[in-house]
Design a protein around this ligand. Structure first.
Ligand code: CA
Length: 364
């Protein structure tokens, strides 16, 4: 999530994928999923590595609805890595959310970070983290108490992930949390990864910047080690390996029809936020897709429930939502600096996210 955003690694050569923007189909196709970026072979899987923040749940709702409908694009597993939420508590919250959303996706606890790890002096951890953690682990305070996922066998993330990726011939990895767990499971899947989509942007917004941003700062040593690993992967895999940063517009210049990130005085505008009206829009959409006992609107309704407590959404933005949407509708994004960002208004982004949260008819 958030802040002044991540890093780039010298000589890493992130692929600046996709282009284009204005003028292309801006509308939301409810219940259908173009998903050009997700390949259609039968062994194509998506893994989501998440720290179970409130934006993570929204991202999962949009992508999770893809999985059961099109097995070739299934979400093989969600890993909960400690960041905003803790790992077992984040896994418990994620399982509860998935149940509320009517989605069946394996949830695996990530490994714990080194308790003596360092934080960067430039980006110390935010003192508001305990509040964010409580809100995330309690699904924006909709749960009466924290639900920790049990792991009686004590098996770690790599062992558990193997079971869910055996048939995956190519893997897309969405990283919307710290990199701690990635280092543990990477040897098993790195050769099959065709692309990595990461929330954030390099800092500076080009090759050669220094790591920054919450997902990196929380476990900076793992973050740096992960990117050292990926540099080697790209050298071996060449152009077949793709990684894309996705971020909200933050600068003074609007990209096509997207709202600018700051006003004339340079103050943040937070246009790409989970606004209050989105809750009602999601509920109305979910109700439209509930026919008798068939409820195709469950993911949308579950997300609407997370938008009820506005206090928990103060200064919240569509960070991880956008990273998920990039996997679904890449044509809505354009390259800017070292990252991609949406080139459509925030309302269009929210409409497309809402549409992705409706379960396809073929499920029922
Ligand atoms: Ca996150």
């Amino acid at each position: 999530m958030m802040f002044d955003m991540l890093f780039s690694v010298p000589n890493f050569g992130w692929t600046r994928s996709v282009v284009l923007a204005a003028g292309v189909a801006l509308g939301a196709c409810v219940g259908c999923h173009p998903a050009e970026a997700l390949s259609a072979d039968s062994g194509s899987c998506l893994i989501i590595d998440s720290d179970a923040g409130l934006d993570d749940f929204r991202a999962v709702a949009a992508l999770g609805a893809l999985g059961p409908s099109v097995p070739a694009r299934k979400v093989a597993a969600i890993i909960t890595t400690e960041g905003v939420a803790r790992s077992p508590e984040g896994a418990g919250a994620m399982e509860r959310f998935l149940k509320n959303a009517g989605l069946t996706i394996p949830v695996i606890q990530g490994v714990l970070p080194n308790p003596k790890r360092r934080f960067t002096a430039e980006h110390p951890l935010d003192p508001r983290l305990p509040i964010w953690r409580k809100e995330a682990e309690l699904l924006n305070l909709t749960l009466p108490e924290v639900e920790r996922q049990a792991n009686p066998a004590g098996e770690d993330v790599a062992v558990l992930l193997r079971r869910h990726t055996e048939t995956c011939t190519s893997i897309s990895l969405l990283v919307i949390g710290p990199w701690t767990s990635f280092l543990r499971y990477a040897p098993d899947i790195l050769g099959r990864i065709e692309r990595i989509v990461v929330q954030g942007r390099p800092y500076p917004d080009e090759l050669g910047g220094e790591p920054a941003g919450f997902n990196c700062t929380y476990d900076v040593d793992s973050c740096l080690a992960a990117f050292d690993l990926l540099v080697g992967r790209q050298q071996r895999g060449g152009r077949r390996f793709r990684a894309t940063w996705v971020d909200i517009p933050q600068g003074p210049e609007a990209c096509a029809k997207a709202e600018p990130g700051v006003n004339a005085e340079g103050e943040p505008l937070w246009a790409f936020a989970p606004v209050e009206s989105w809750e009602n829009e999601l509920r109305e959409l979910a109700d439209r897709y509930q026919k008798g006992e068939v409820d195709r609107g469950q993911p949308a309704r579950a997300v609407a429930g997370l938008l009820r407590n506005r206090q928990g959404l103060a200064n919240n933005s569509l960070w991880d939502d956008l990273a998920a949407l990039f996997l679904i509708r890449p044509e809505l994004f354009a390259v800017r600096g070292g990252h991609v960002e949406p080139c459509v208004p925030a309302a269009t982004v929210r409409a497309n996210l809402s549409a992705a949260m409706i379960l396809p008819e073929r499920l029922h």
